[in-house]
Design a protein around this ligand. Structure first.
Ligand code: 5AD
Ligand code: SF4
Length: 474
């Protein structure tokens, strides 16, 4: 039987077409409005902020169809898993959860279980679902989230699975419905996709080529958020430094940052920056506007030049350190975090020691550390690897000791200091204890009265732990 499925291909996904990307406005088919009335949806989000933002759009579309948010899987008529493909353990978590949902499907055959996000873009995942996860009714990818209404409609009435995954990106869709999960902190996409093709990474395959949103659309979104009482925006892209290159904005990201700063919103953050193209114009812009927060996430991945080369990272350690120096010269208080992969294929003990030495040199405030995970379809997955998993685990543990050491050291330097905190809200255990973040992205738990989430208040640091600070409202 010929099936009406659109299946992904990683081979097609890695091609980069020269055709220009247009912007389209989202239109909701009026015939779909109401298909979710008296029905509930549950959305589980895995992975990075890009996925969180996509989930906000999925929730928005579902609510415009009439669905309301469920409190649990048990009461849901539709369960969507917005998945992450970055490492094998991220994928295993999703498969575990799909397995757990089987009993709900047995109890309620009308329940729709859907898989979205980066995993849906991989052939290996689709094959596994078709073979072993019969409870899944709906699969769609990262490039057709705007089609969610039609897809849910199909899944409600189809006798077989609904699968629609585009291997290639399409146009940028604006004006999408959304349900923001935060009340005073918001994610703002500035671009989609990635053209860097680091040899270990699946993202350029799952999220397509780099496409920038127009500057006007981004600024309109920030102004709208500000007028609705949002205090902080985080500008999102796989490599925000590339912003504007495809739409020919001179010094694209620096220009955008300046414009966002001029909206006057209280706090601006961005993630992620690639060390390769961190321009001086960006450094100067960050230094010039007090509402651009003095914290930078700058993934280094390894402290060894040969490993960086095989990873396809396009910079040397000397160049990375030079970027750190340029940033610190311009903004002396700047805090840094990074991403590090240990156990890249054939990484020697000496090469791993270089990573530890680099950590001592930069003294990062924090690091996200990972054991290398081969991703089918990426160049590195074909490299032979003579390092045992046991050695990799030991390296990760040693690196994590360093991460802890410097996190505590930097926190100790905060003792007695006065900081500004954007209040996230009261703690679940004790309503007189609140938490929030400083401009330098330090988490603070503090005692306060008469404040509410979204306030920006002054706090004195009275004690420190490795991962957070303790304080009192001044
Ligand atoms: N294995 C382990 N870690 C990875 N990352 C990306 N791909 C892989 C992989 N195959 C890490 C990188 C990246 C972060 C988001 O995830 O450090 O910066
Ligand atoms: Fe996961 Fe990366 Fe996809 Fe984000 S972009 S969902 S981290 S694979």
């Amino acid at each position: 039987m010929k099936r009406n499925w659109e299946l992904p291909s990683l081979n097609e996904a890695k091609l980069r077409s020269k055709s220009s990307v247009n912007t389209q406005q989202f239109i909701l088919d009026p015939q779909l409005v109401g298909i979710g009335l008296h029905k509930k949806y549950m959305l589980h989000t895995f992975g990075c902020q890009a996925n969180v933002r996509d989930s906000e759009v999925m929730a928005g579309i579902l609510e415009s169809l009439g669905f309301s948010m469920a409190n649990s899987d048990e009461e849901a008529d539709l369960i969507l898993l917005n998945t992450c493909a970055i490492r094998e353990n991220a994928e295993n978590k999703v498969f575990g959860q799909v397995g757990n949902l089987k009993h709900l499907k047995q109890k309620n055959p009308d329940l729709i279980i859907g898989i979205a996000g980066c995993m849906a873009q991989e052939e290996v995942v689709i094959n596994k679902i078709l073979q072993s996860y019969h409870q899944v009714d709906l699969v769609f990818g990262t490039h057709n989230i705007h089609r969610l209404g039609d897809l849910v409609y199909k899944a409600m009435f189809a006798k077989e699975k609904t699968i629609e995954v585009y291997s290639k990106e399409g146009d940028i869709i604006e004006n999408l419905p959304e349900r923001r999960f935060g009340e005073h902190k918001a994610w703002v996409n500035i671009m989609y996709g990635c053209d860097k093709f680091c040899t270990y990474c699946i993202v350029p395959f799952t999220r397509g080529k780099e496409r920038s949103r127009s500057l006007e659309d981004i600024i309109d979104e920030v102004n709208d958020l500000k007028s609705r009482g949002f205090k902080e925006v985080t500008l999102l892209g796989q490599n925000v430094n590339s912003y504007g290159k495809d739409i020919e904005i001179f010094e694209g990201f620096a220009t955008l940052l300046k414009e966002v700063a001029l909206t006057g919103i209280d706090r601006i953050r961005f993630t992620t920056s690639h060390p390769w193209d961190f321009t001086q114009a960006m450094v100067e812009t960050i230094a010039s506007y007090p509402n651009i927060m003095p914290y930078i996430h700058l993934p280094v991945q390894s402290g060894n030049n040969d490993i960086l080369k095989i990873m396809g990272r396009r910079y040397t350690i000397a160049e990375y350190l030079d970027t750190v120096r340029r940033l610190k010269e311009a903004i002396p208080s700047l805090t840094f975090s990074t991403d590090i992969i240990v156990g890249f294929p054939n990484e020697s003990d000496e090469q791993f020691e270089d990573t530890l030495n680099l950590y001592d040199l930069v003294q990062f405030d924090f690091a996200f550390t990972f054991i290398y995970s081969p991703r089918s379809g990426t160049p590195a997955a074909k490299f032979e690897d003579n390092i045992s998993f046991d050695v990799k685990k030991k390296r990760l543990a040693r690196l994590n000791e360093k991460v802890k050491h410097y996190a505590l050291m930097h926190n100790q330097a905060m003792l007695g200091k006065e900081v500004e905190v954007l209040v996230d809200g009261p703690s679940k255990k004790d309503a007189s204890v609140y938490s929030g973040y400083t401009p330098h992205q330090k988490l603070v738990n503090f005692k306060a009265d008469n404040i509410k989430s979204g306030d920006i208040i002054k706090v004195r640091i009275t004690d420190v732990k490795t991962w957070f600070l303790l304080g009192e409202q001044i």
